[in-house]
Design a protein around this ligand. Structure first.
Ligand code: ADP
Length: 291
């Protein structure tokens, strides 16, 4: 698969040339293939937001490049608007950006701005609402009548409706209750599976990242500390903890067992996988009698 999105030496410095300057993203090199679901983790202040805001041209790099299908997005600054349609960004608490009279009009805002015809816009709204798990009868309500979770879905649908090649979500489940988080994560997963497009997911929840991401980028002090398959990254439990990150509980327990001499692989991510690996060991030692 060719890379859809790349960064080369990507660097961003706030207050460049002033005494308050701060390098928030420091020479980051990434290559993301079409169809990947990438998790982005890192302690607060590690540079995640600054990084993603450069991917669709909201921030212009101080140095280095962002390439979309091999083309520098700033090669023609006039075309940056097009890049914003192709790399869709769902910010934290996106529901605060709902402002139209109806949910339908809100979701339609992006596709209409792209100059699509009425029929196509209508079609996009319907499909996006479905992907975001928004019941059709909610489309004619005012966004302000919706529950917190529904508002969040409406805002996400508004970005999906632009049919972006790359969808970037910054903490999409922040502030939702555990059930709401779970449902939203499954929705994102099925959107990714069905659309087969590229998704970048910033999350504080290691469990969520372990569940859905194929590869993980770990940001630390503006640098890409790790960018590898999820299991490989979570096998670096101690280093991640030094960066203020907590690996999933199950990964930690399995790591302890492995260091205690049990023949289990490093970087176990889910309970199912842990059971699969432990069952033969326990059976062999006469500690497990069921299949
Ligand atoms: P994260 O998203 O991982 O929390 P950010 O990209 O928001 O990290 O921040 C990275 C660094 O840049 C932090 O040290 C933060 O204080 C600094 N920073 C973020 N936004 C600004 C800004 N507008 N002006 C100056 N410094 C900023």
């Amino acid at each position: 698969m060719p890379a859809i999105l790349e960064t080369k030496g990507l660097t961003y410095e706030y207050g460049h040339g002033t005494s308050m300057s701060k390098v928030a993203v420091d020479h980051v090199d990434l290559s993301v293939r079409q169809g990947e679901l990438i998790g982005i983790i890192g302690h607060t202040g590690s540079g995640k937001s600054t990084l993603i805001q450069q991917l669709n041209g909201l921030l212009r790099p101080t140095a280095g490049q962002v390439l979309l299908e091999g083309r520098d997005i700033w090669a023609e600054p006039k075309k940056i608007r097009e890049v914003r349609f192709r790399v869709g960004m769902v910010f934290q608490y996106p529901e605060y950006q709902l402002f139209e009279e109806t949910v339908r009009a809100d979701i339609a805002f992006g596709p209409r701005n792209m100059g699509l015809s009425g029929g196509e816009v209508e079609d996009r709204v319907r499909r996006a609402a479905e992907f975001a798990g928004l019941r059709p009868e909610l489309l004619d309500r005012s966004p302000f009548e919706l529950s917190g979770g529904e508002k969040r879905r409406a805002a996400i649908a508004g970005v999906i409706a632009m049919d972006p090649d790359v969808l970037v979500l910054d903490e999409p489940a922040a502030g939702l209750d555990p059930h709401g988080r779970d449902v939203l994560l499954s929705q994102i997963q099925s959107y990714h599976r069905l659309r087969q497009n590229t998704v970048l997911l910033v999350s504080h929840s290691m469990e969520d990242i372990a569940r859905v991401a194929g590869r993980v980028l770990v940001m630390d002090h503006g640098r890409a500390a790790f960018f590898d398959r999820t299991a490989k990254v979570f096998a670096h439990g101690e280093e991640l903890e030094r960066m203020g990150l907590r690996v999933p509980q199950v990964t930690k327990i399995m790591d302890r067992l492995r260091r205690g001499g049990y023949p289990v692989a490093p970087g176990v991510l889910t309970l199912e996988d842990a059971i699969r690996q432990l069952a033969p060991v326990l059976r062999e030692r006469g500690l497990l009698h069921v299949q």
